[in-house]
Design a protein around this ligand. Structure first.
Ligand code: PLP
Length: 415
């Protein structure tokens, strides 16, 4: 459910016509709906209201500080994966005691920054990382709360690039390695083993992989408890999918109800790290048609957004619905919607049946709120797009469009 709807023949973000936003801010333009963010976060978080829990929004999905601040005000904690994300979360006023830190490659500097900030816990992904956190914490007079990320070897039935809980993936430790690591953690002076962490993948459209993972995590928790280590924090990561096209992922309420039943009666605080389900359908990317072009075998719509603005179609062959901002009712054609970048992999949609469009028309690329702007780059020396957050009739520019100066600034301001 989102707040991008057609009224009187044109697309609105909440109560503002997209056309007006484009007049003010140009294209390509990321447009987010505040009411959609609020609705998604509240629906997700309240699904776990009956048990102790903390919903840590996954910053990587959409990391604009204005969005983080908005979610923070609703009670969100944050799941971070880098020093940069820690910086963003703190700048957005998120309490460090609500921040969990995931990711396989934390540097000494990043670990030190997180310890200084006083985050809730590290989700540790290897023995080497555990040793390093202990060392840095010991040397700097801190203690570090940790969860070990266990890799339960469950198939999340999603795109291979966003599967993380299979034994061939780089994430986490298998159950045996995890057990040994917990036993080692008990001997470490600066480590408090406080939780168990698990994130099996992203864009999951069925509950069964989650259920399988939770069963394995709970059995593992039992085993640790028998060895004298009783763990009270369980971090189940993110991963709940969204409808991009025909998918019918479980509603957060159903997700919450199944998980809360599985954890009922246990002395556990649940941590969740949703990203896509909060941000995905809360944002669209608006682009302007530059040219249409017909070759012997294809019709192309060349727009001013490209893979540098939204890489998901190129990277994962993912589907985003594309529609005219002002539908003209022309006959349908099969087209490839492509950007100006010098790569054949630069497409936003392929073999898409849609009404014919003309130069200067605006198109909306839906479900672009998660892993959209955050994965954007300056490839082909294209300044990154602007981001605007709409609330009712108000538009708030939350990131200005980059300039050519922004492209070369770091190359010129050298010591
Ligand atoms: N937590 C971790 C450790 C992740 O790697 C990710 C995404 O890959 C997430 C949470 C968020 O996942 P999603 O956006 O699918 O909810």
């Amino acid at each position: 459910m989102h707040h991008f709807t057609y009224r009187g023949g044109e697309l609105y973000a909440e109560d503002l016509p997209i056309r007006e936003l484009v007049s003010s801010y140009g294209t390509p333009l990321y447009v987010y709906s505040q009411a959609t963010f609020e609705r998604h976060f509240t629906a997700f978080d309240s699904a776990f209201a009956s048990i102790p829990h903390l919903t840590c929004y996954s910053v990587k999905a959409c990391s604009n500080t204005h969005i983080l601040r908005l979610l923070g005000k609703l009670g969100a904690g944050m799941d971070i994966v880098s020093g940069g994300e820690l910086y963003r979360a703190l700048r957005a006023g998120i309490a460090p005691s609500k921040i969990v830190y995931s990711g396989v490659g934390k540097t000494r500097t990043e670990i030190h920054q997180a310890l200084e900030a006083g985050i809730l816990m590290f989700n540790v992904e290897s023995r080497g990382e555990l040793e390093r956190i202990n060392e840095v914490a010991h040397q700097t007079g801190h203690t570090a709360n940790v969860s070990l990320r266990i890799n339960p070897d469950v198939d999340p039935q999603t795109h291979p690039y966003i599967s993380t809980g299979l034994k061939e993936n780089k994430f986490g430790l298998d159950l045996e390695q995890s057990y040994e690591a917990y036993m080692r953690a008990l001997e470490m002076p600066a480590i408090v083993p406080m939780g168990i962490d698990c994130h099996i993948g992203s864009q999951l459209t069925s509950l069964s992989p989650f259920i399988e993972a939770v069963e394995r995590v709970l059995a593992f928790r039992e085993r640790l408890c028998k060895a004298g280590l009783c763990i009270n924090y369980l971090d189940l990561g993110g991963g709940l999918g969204i409808p991009y096209d025909q998918e019918e992922p479980p509603h957060p309420e159903e997700f919450g109800s199944v998980l809360t039943k599985m954890l009922a009666g246990l002395d556990i605080t649940l941590i969740l790290e949703p990203g896509r389900v909060i941000a995905g359908n809360a944002g669209i990317l608006v682009t302007k048609v530059q040219y249409t072009k017909k070759t012997a075998s294809k019709e192309f719509v060349i727009v001013d957004a490209a893979m540098n603005d939204l890489i998901r179609p190129s990277l994962y062959q993912s589907h985003h619905n594309v529609a005219e901002v002002t539908p003209m009712g022309r006959p349908e054609h099969t087209v490839d919607i492509v950007g100006p970048i010098c790569e054949s992999g630069d497409f936003l949609a392929r073999n898409r049946i849609m009404p014919a469009v003309e130069q200067r028309e605006l198109l909306a690329i839906f479900s672009a709120g998660a892993y959209g702007f955050t994965m954007s780059s300056q490839y082909n020396s294209r300044p990154r797009a602007a981001e605007v957050l709409v609330s009712g009739q108000h538009a708030n520019l939350i990131r200005r469009r980059e300039t050519y100066e922004d492209l070369i600034g770091p190359e010129e301001s050298l010591p």
